[in-house]
Design a protein around this ligand. Sequence first.
Ligand SMILES: [Zn+2]
Length: 340
Amino acid sequence: MRAVVMHGPGDVRTEEIPDARIVEPTDAVIRVGAACICGSDLWPYRGIESLRRPTPMGHEYVGVVEQIGDHVRDIRVGDFVVGSFVASDNTCDICRAGYQSRCVRQVMMGSVGTQAEWARIPLADGTLVTVPGSPTPAQTASLLAASDVLGTGWFAAVAAEAGPGKTVAVVGDGAVGLLAILAARRLGAERVIAMSRHPDRQALARSFGATDVVEDRGEDGVAAIKELTGGYGAHSTVEAVGTQEAMTQAIGATRAGGHVGFVGVSHGVELDGLNLFLSSVHLHGGPAPVRRFLPDLIELIMKDEIDPGRVFDLTLPLEQAADGYRAMDERCATKVLLTL
Ligand SMILES: [Zn+2]
């Protein structure tokens, strides 16, 4: 089958690899309908994170089930399905508490690869959610967003306790940050402050419900948030980058007693204990348990109540995936959809 494989930093190729097949009786194999490139795929692309190489890429997917293992009971051949970037049994104590991304049997989909014609989905009954009806192309893009960036942005907003009467600040204007804005507004936040310097992303942020934009970063960014909130800071802050600067900014922008939801994959972040102690904020984050939110997100998408698929600003065929990685690396694109 054709699949996207990373050979080294800056070296991504669409090439032939062995077909996806059932390995465990709890697996399914899907024909991938659409896949995409993630901001986290850029860490190894930029050489900041090492990967065993060559490695098949991708962990976001929607598609149609083509084969199921002997132990699969709930998912059927022909179902149009969405899953998250972590395969989970959805039955262990951790899953039942809503933290499927840390399932005791978790399989990271990035270790399987979904930027491909077919994908093996481990723990299919726990991982996959069937979509009712036939999604339109716009709904398909939104469902693909639900697979990671929407689900992650949603968790970040929930972890930050975004809700009615709250002012939410969002650090990071990538796809996750932009969709955290959408989530915060859907959760009832009164005011959402996007921290962004890119005019095109600011426009998208406003269309997803941002009420204010702050261009300053670091201490100036914190000062700007305080100024907009009567000197208090935001009730809720989403951190969707994963760098020292972003995390420091997120904690600094949050009022005492407020909540920080952090979902940027942490790279070299170190927190000073005394500063953390004195900040008096709640910190909650980690790999987002997207599976917890998928049924609700699918319903909102299929009723056309949300349109997170607008976050994709470049669509390319799988064969041109290398161009997509380059565009995201050079920030010419926010999020790239790969068609099959
Ligand atoms: Zn589990």
